[in-house]
Write a protein that binds this ligand. Structure first.
Ligand SMILES: NC(=O)c1ccc[n+]([C@@H]2O[C@H](COP(=O)([O-])OP(=O)(O)OC[C@H]3O[C@@H](n4cnc5c(N)ncnc54)[C@H](O)[C@@H]3O)[C@@H](O)[C@H]2O)c1
Length: 354
């Protein structure tokens, strides 16, 4: 088992041993608490049975709360339904919520736990690669509003995170690739040799790769929990990525978070080239790798560039109506608080014309 050093709460990684450790943790800290497990219907089907410790006697009670899979569940309506369910089921301030799922479950569940009765404990047990390397880590929780992503939320840390690769056995390939989106981001913002390592990022992800990717995130979060400085580097690819995800979500077109981040990275690299931060060669190496791995161009024809630009206004990094980017260049370094002029932003979207 890998134990990641993180001052505030334990992060354990491994296989079955991690689930045994989770059992122990619950027994040690929550034996007299009522336990709630938030799942979506896929994680009820594929992941819940892996927590067979639920039958153990040292647990007072455990109730499963189930949501529909997908981004649409990160809504105020689903939030409110779940709060009502918790009240109906007698949850109190000693209750604990286990978030068993991908990033939708950990974002929504973390937000519910942090606001229910002014805050109850929650434990993240991420089951998608993306949630393992990114969404379950770092304490950002929240839901979408007004047709834009993550407009309501709170920074709030879990009591612990348990990451077991047994869950990856049932994760569809498309979702593995989505997780690679955030792993590429972590590599490009932190490692000057990232380009020569891109080919090592394959669908056969090992627990050590997950640990390395998390360590990059933890390094940026450390000392800047509320994202006033260095942590903003983790938003590389996300200024445009979130706008694209919101745009397609509003049109009912399905895209994984990782695919949206990949497209965001391609556009923001173009911007970085225009501003002289990144070389053409670096940009093309990343582009070539992504296009050989993912069919991103199928989304290109759906994009309406004016709407994407108007969605940039919802980005939480913006100050005084000026859109703020975190741009990589040279590789391994990320400039934060970059405010390009509108003509540069518009021309970076020319990648959709190629
Ligand atoms: N809080 C943060 O710091 C942070 C960081 C990155 C992303 N996010 C958020 O995370 C969300 C994306 O997370 P995601 O990609 O995990 O999406 P997701 O939660 O929708 O999961 C993707 C799909 O995989 C299914 N699934 C999950 N685990 C499974 C398993 N083991 N077996 C079979 N199916 C499984 C889910 O049911 C879903 O259909 C977005 O809302 C994004 O905004 C948050």
């Amino acid at each position: 088992m890998i134990d990641l050093e993180n001052g505030n709460y334990p992060i354990k990684l491994g296989g079955d041993d991690v689930l045994i450790e989770l059992n122990q943790f619950i027994g040690d800290y929550y034996s007299s608490s009522s336990i709630f497990i938030l799942c979506d219907s896929n994680t009820v089907k594929h992941c819940l049975s892996k927590l067979d410790w639920l039958d153990l006697e040292n647990i007072k009670s455990a109730e499963v709360l189930e949501i529909e899979p997908g981004e649409a569940s990160k809504s105020i309506e689903v939030y409110y339904q779940l709060v009502e369910s918790l009240l109906d089921l007698g949850a109190n301030r000693k209750s604990v919520l286990i978030n068993l799922g991908g990033g939708v479950v950990s974002d929504l569940g973390g937000f519910i736990a942090s606001t229910f009765k002014r805050g109850i404990d929650f434990i993240n047990v991420p089951t998608s690669l993306l949630a393992m390397v990114d969404a379950s880590i770092g304490g950002k929780t929240g839901i979408n509003a007004g047709g834009a992503k993550n407009q309501i939320g709170i920074f709030s840390e879990p009591a612990a995170i348990f990451i077991s690769d047994v869950f990856l056995e049932t994760l569809p390939n498309k979702e593995i690739n989505s997780g690679l989106g955030e792993m590429v981001k972590h590599l490009l913002i932190s490692d000057e040799h990232a380009l020569s390592k891109l080919d090592e990022l394959t669908e056969n992800v090992k627990i050590e790769d997950i640990a390395n990717s998390i360590s990059v995130k933890l390094n940026f979060v450390k000392g800047d929990f509320k994202e006033s400085g260095a942590r903003k580097a983790l938003n590389y690819g996300h200024t445009f990525g979130h706008a694209i995800e919101s745009f397609l979500m509003n049109k009912g077109i399905s895209i994984t978070h990782g695919e949206a981040v990949f497209i965001g990275i391609l556009i923001e690299n173009q911007l970085a080239v225009q501003l002289g931060n990144m070389s053409e060669l670096e940009k093309s190496s990343i582009e070539n790798w992504m296009h050989t791995k993912f069919d991103l161009k199928s989304f290109f024809k759906q994009i309406e560039t004016e709407e994407i630009i108007s969605l940039l206004q919802f980005d939480k990094k913006n100050i005084d109506h000026s859109v703020s980017f975190s741009l990589v260049g040279p590789i391994g370094k990320c400039s934060i608080n970059v405010h390009p002029d509108n003509s540069n932003i518009e021309s970076s979207l020319s990648i959709f014309c190629n």
